[in-house]
Design a protein around this ligand. Structure first.
Ligand code: NAD
Length: 351
């Protein structure tokens, strides 16, 4: 039996605890089957704790996570009772930025053609990965307001692109392509209008591509890519892009594979602890009703286990999820009749 992998579990708000419970159950089943050891430690960071104690992330939490855990499994944060979702930014963005999780990895794999909104699209045609820069761009929080709340107000939001930040995520994309056996990397920007910031993406992409002659490097403007992802999704293996365009394009990718309830993501800093979360939010109207689709969270746990070297566990989970979707042993948003818990039970039992 391999050494124990330590997982910090942060279920969060809304449907987060319901779907993460199933992800933990399924991961534990896969570990038992594969002879791996997983230790889960749960943290109650989220809206309830914030409303009760005024605490978002406790002092020292980031260092504690880095020192004691192999990965973080995260549900979702967001609660209508908290003004501006203050706690959510402090919990999730703090982890992303302070752990320097510069890669947002989002595989898009269609499990069953009936879930794809595109006509005549087979499973093999939607099978690509979007790598979104996760710490810079328009999300760096730089900017300000001048003459606020007057007719002359000026609001600026800076698009921050550093050579280091751009290069490391582009290098990750090529490395990911190589390791996953993919042949193509497509970089998307708007260098035709964002001459400085995205001019940097252009120059760095060409430099890194020249070092990787075994991988075909392609460039598309982000608006063209949005269209091509719908018209010809099979043309893509790995897509790398900035924070803002990645945010938009990955939701488009989620639609191609059956909706937000299906999709997994990883926030990664190679060689260090990563945070893995389903792409969806806390979906407050669904919370506590046992209706949320657990597949996104369960696939997230597979992505996490693969990342920490438990590839056998990940494959077991992927196969069981595929069977649950194909056999309609799933929740109603994807054509089944099961509740959240029952769908998770089915997947675990299949493993
Ligand atoms: N990473 C995160 O923690 C994260 C991400 C997005 C949104 N949020 C927060 O979540 C809250 C709700 O946001 P939203 O409504 O824009 O996004 P959402 O993802 O929670 O919901 C969007 C739509 O998708 C559906 N949906 C989402 N997950 C589903 C699942 N597992 N099964 C079935 N249907 C599912 C919802 O019912 C809703 O119709 C907000 O407070 C928002 O800030 C958090």
């Amino acid at each position: 039996m391999s050494h124990a992998r330590k997982i910090a579990v942060v279920p969060g708000d809304g449907i987060g605890p319901e779907v993460i419970r199933e992800a933990v159950k399924v991961s534990a089943a896969a570990a038992r089957k594969a002879g791996a050891r997983l230790e889960f430690t749960e943290f109650d960071w989220g809206a309830e704790k914030y409303l009760r104690e005024g605490v978002t992330l406790p002092p020292g939490a980031i260092a504690m996570l880095r020192e004691n855990f192999d990965a973080i499994l995260f549900g979702a944060v967001g609660d209508p009772r908290v003004p501006e979702n203050r706690h959510a930014a402090e919990i999730l963005l703090a982890m992303r930025f302070q752990l320097d999780l510069y890669v947002n990895l989002r595989p898009a794999r269609l499990l069953d053609r009936r879930l794809c909104p595109l006509r005549d699209t087979s499973e093999s045609q939607v099978n690509f990965t979007v790598i979104r820069e996760n710490t810079e761009g328009l999300y760096a929080g730089m900017g300000g307001c001048f003459k606020k709340d007057t007719p002359d107000e000026v609001a600026t939001q800076e698009d921050v692109n550093t050579r280091k930040g751009v290069e490391r995520v582009i290098r990750y994309a090529f490395e990911y392509a190589r390791q996953s056996g993919a042949k193509r990397v497509c970089m998307a920007d708007k260098s035709n209008v964002l001459k400085f910031g995205h001019g940097l993406w252009q120059r760095v992409f060409k430099l890194v591509a020249a070092e990787c002659p075994d991988i075909s490097a392609q460039h598309l403007f982000a608006d063209t890519l949005a269209m091509e992802m719908v018209l010809r999704p099979a043309d893509f293996d790995v897509i790398v892009t900035c924070n803002m365009f990645g945010d938009l394009l990955t939701d488009l990718a989620a639609a191609l594979e059956g909706g937000l309830g299906m999709v997994a993501s990883g926030n990664i800093h190679p060689g260090s602890i990563g945070l893995f979360e389903p792409v969806h939010g806390s979906a407050p109207p669904l919370a506590g009703k046992n209706v949320a689709n657990p597949v996104g969270a369960v696939r997230t746990s597979a992505l996490m286990l693969e990342h920490i070297g438990l590839t056998d566990c990940a494959r077991l989970i992927d196969a069981a999820v595929l069977a649950s979707v194909r056999e309609k042993q799933c929740t109603s948003d994807i054509g089944g009749k099961l509740g959240t818990k029952e769908a998770g039970d089915w997947i675990a039992a299949r493993i």
